[in-house]
Design a protein around this ligand. Structure first.
Ligand code: NAG
Ligand code: NAG
Ligand code: NAG
Ligand code: NAG
Length: 384
């Protein structure tokens, strides 16, 4: 085009044509400058919305008194093991912890639903209906973190299930968590299962995809990253879904194989993947603090299935609990990684909590005095 223009515009051409030419050229130049500026702005906004550049929300940061652990309970309805946690908090200093419970919407913790006054009124007001294994579970976790962040004294955030018990007394767990400035997040490469859906790209590149236990303990700045995330969560909502039996109806029978490939359990990937995308993995102890005993059993389908074993009374004897407390490393098969459990460069026992405990097993644990001495008379036995 430039050559034809040159041909049509010899030096002898009339002033009006020349004027038009310069006007046109100016127009083209300013347009291209505009396009460049727009492109730059777009790049800039993209990098601002990338997870690596999340800016933590502005929240009050100064507080007086000791730093607190926020215990974040994820419950279906009540907390059946409230009596263990009651004994646990009885041996704590009130200014060292706070409690938040995400339960089903409308469920209130009071004298009619719990025997522990420590739990009264600790339920979130804005809880959501949680379907186990779906993204509503992550939503509940994020709500717990967001609520707990409102208290600037909360410096560690421990996610606890309703079948979970502490393996130590409060002061042990407090000094363990406070002696490290890292989060405890079980996180490893997910090589086998094909839960990563290529459609998540580019929001989530495959090399950042991680797997790990849902039961995490975060430091405050990582809790802020999780709450501020508005990129990874929507992608999970869309593409990380558990495939239920219903999904394999007539319509989708052809796609069944493809679908099965991306059977995805959001809470086993979300925080791990988000922190890896945020380049925060070197601020993690890459392991969970919550012990789970896995039982491999083959069910009706051809595939082998791992189930968390429930501790019954007989499984919670002193010897077994001692063995769990003595575990000092975890082996990660997909990475050939042996994680010697450390906390601020000191070797420590791996596990502070354990699940899943029946009431009987939890009662036995309590009677052994591991959680600390406890005064049964302070428990309200209104339900019995
Ligand atoms: C708490 O547990 C630790 C470790 O088991 C023990 O050494 C300590 O004496 C206990 N503290 C209290 C106050 O019971
Ligand atoms: C409570 O926190 C203070 C200050 O961090 C600490 O000295 C004390 O041991 C804590 N109490 C318990 C029971 O852990
Ligand atoms: C970690 O250990 C070092 C050396 O023992 C100590 O100076 C530091 O205060 C510890 N960090 C925390 C968070 O306690
Ligand atoms: C493992 O699961 C199977 C079937 O669910 C059960 O029969 C078996 O008792 C379990 N094993 C243990 C050690 O709990």
């Amino acid at each position: 085009m430039t050559t034809t223009m040159k041909k049509r515009l010899p030096p002898s051409s009339s002033p009006s044509i020349r004027q038009h030419f310069w006007l046109g050229l100016q127009l083209v130049l300013s347009l291209s400058v505009l396009v460049c500026v727009l492109a730059l702005l777009r790049l800039n906004s993209q990098s601002q919305s990338s997870p690596a550049a999340f800016s933590p929300l502005r929240r009050p940061s100064s507080f007086s008194g000791p730093p607190k652990i926020a215990f974040l309970f994820l419950a279906r309805s009540n907390l059946p093991l409230d009596f263990v946690w009651h004994a646990f908090f009885q041996n704590a200093d009130e200014e060292n912890y706070s409690i938040y419970i995400h339960s089903e919407p409308g469920f209130v913790f009071d004298e009619s639903t719990t025997r522990s006054p420590f739990l009264y009124g600790r339920q979130l007001k804005n809880s959501v209906k949680v379907v186990w294994g779906e993204s509503s579970m992550i939503q509940a976790e994020r709500l717990l973190l967001a609520t707990a962040l409102d208290d600037p004294a909360n410096q560690r955030f421990a996610l606890i299930s309703d079948s979970c018990v502490p393996l130590y007394n409060f002061s042990y767990i407090y000094s363990y968590l406070m002696s490290s400035s890292q989060s405890f997040v079980d996180s490893f490469l997910d090589k086998k299962e094909g839960r990563y859906n290529p459609k998540m790209s580019p929001a989530i590149p495959k090399d950042k995809w991680r797997k790990g236990s849902q039961w995490i303990t975060l430091v405050r700045r990582h809790a802020e990253v999780v709450v501020a995330d508005n990129v990874i969560f929507p992608t999970f909502k869309r593409y990380c879904k558990r495939q239920t039996e219903l999904d394999f109806g007539r319509k989708q029978i052809i796609n069944a194989a493809a679908q099965k490939q991306h059977d995805c359990i959001p809470d086993e990937h979300y925080v791990q993947t988000l922190l890896s995308m945020s380049e925060l993995e070197d601020e993690l102890e890459r392991r969970t603090l919550t012990y789970t005993s896995w039982n491999q059993s083959s069910n009706d389908k051809e595939k082998q299935n791992w189930h968390p074993m429930t501790f019954e009374y007989a499984d919670a004897g002193p010897q077994h609990i001692k063995e769990i407390r003595n575990i000092n490393y975890v082996y990660y098969e997909t990475e050939y990684r042996t994680e010697w459990c450390q906390c601020n460069a000191t070797f420590v026992p791996c596990f502070l909590f354990a699940r899943k405990f029946s009431r009987g097993a939890a009662m036995r644990l309590l009677n052994e005095g591991l959680v600390g001495p406890f005064d049964a008379s302070t428990l309200l036995f209104s339900s019995s």
